[in-house]
Design a protein around this ligand. Structure first.
Ligand code: A3P
Length: 291
């Protein structure tokens, strides 16, 4: 029984076959189909641990440059906090927000409101190489009280990750669900690794996609303000953290590309590469495992 516990994540429940944390209710997911999307909404979509909060900070500053105040991102699948009333009234709360709204989702494409699929709003997809995601997600599952704290080893977690029996399901299915729409004009893809390598350039691309003319000085300033060490120091106000009851240092863990090398054995890496090429095939998505 103990082995079984380690080879699966305690506390996961399935909604329409998608593994989720217990606080996410079936209604939260189903009601998305009735959610009104506005032309000036911006949606951020990404598998967990791909740098969503980093992107959130960049967007807050990009928007803040225009209307003088910082925007908060609102999650349309996760409840923002266990301790607020938003728990039950998430969608009405989101529908009452003033424009422009910045919304975020960790769900696969098929769960999106019809307005998103129709390209009514702009969507930014963030992806990160799945080896670093797996390492980051290992720590997340070990530290997430809402899940009952995963107790397996790294080796065991890797198996669970391959099977897609982790929060929000299989990385490949998730990323491919969005990637199939990469050519849609209202969808912009960016990757964690490029953001690490040349943040300013990626911020410029984002600003262009969002039709927000910004000077070089501003993009430089945003890159500086959102670098890992700076954000780690100022992350205390980060709303997304409370649901997982993690301390900030655990949430803002390392922020590196290639940390997976400290975890994968040679044979785990070979197995992963094989799995990766089987799943990704020649679909044309390229995410660097190192920079
Ligand atoms: P690590 O666990 O590898 O450090 P998400 O916000 O989607 O949950 O992603 C969390 C991951 O992004 C964590 O990865 C976290 O440290 C990293 N991250 C957060 N802010 C970052 C930043 N400003 N620069 C680089 N990485 C960042």
């Amino acid at each position: 029984a103990l082995e079984h516990y380690k080879e699966s994540v305690p506390g996961l429940h399935h909604v329409k076959s998608l593994p989720l944390i217990p606080v996410v209710k079936e209604d939260n997911i189903r009601n998305l189909q009735d959610m009104e999307i506005r032309d000036d909404d911006v949606l951020v979509a990404g598998y967990p641990k791909s740098g969503t909060h980093w992107l959130e900070e960049i967007l807050s500053l990009l928007f803040g440059q225009q209307n003088g105040k910082k925007l908060r991102m609102h999650s349309i699948d996760f409840v923002p906090s266990l301790t607020t009333k938003e728990n039950d009234d998430l969608l009405p709360m989101i529908s009452n927000l003033p424009s422009p709204r910045v919304l975020a989702t960790h769900l696969p494409y098929e769960y999106m409101p019809p307005g998103v699929k129709a390209g009514k709003c702009k969507t930014i997809c963030i992806v990160r190489n799945p080896k670093d995601v797996a390492v980051s997600y290992f720590h997340y599952h070990k530290n997430t009280n809402a899940l009952g704290l995963y107790d397996g080893s790294w080796e065991q977690f890797l198996e669970v990750f391959h099977k897609g029996e982790v929060v929000l399901g299989d990385w490949y299915e998730h990323v491919l669900s969005w990637w199939l729409h990469a050519k849609d004009s209202n969808i912009h893809f960016c990757c964690f690794e490029d953001m690490k390598k040349h943040p300013q350039k990626e911020i410029e691309r984002l600003a262009a996609f969002l039709d927000k003319p910004v000077s070089e000085e501003i993009t430089k300033g945003i890159a500086k303000a959102t670098n890992f060490d700076k954000m780690r120091r100022t992350a205390k106000n980060n709303q997304g953290v409370c649901i997982f009851d993690q301390s900030i240092p655990k949430f803002m863990r390392k922020g590196k590309v290639g940390d997976w090398k400290n975890y994968f054995t040679v044979s785990q890496n070979e197995k992963f590469d094989k799995h990766h090429s089987n799943k990704i095939g020649d679909i044309g998505i390229h995410i660097p495992f190192e920079i």
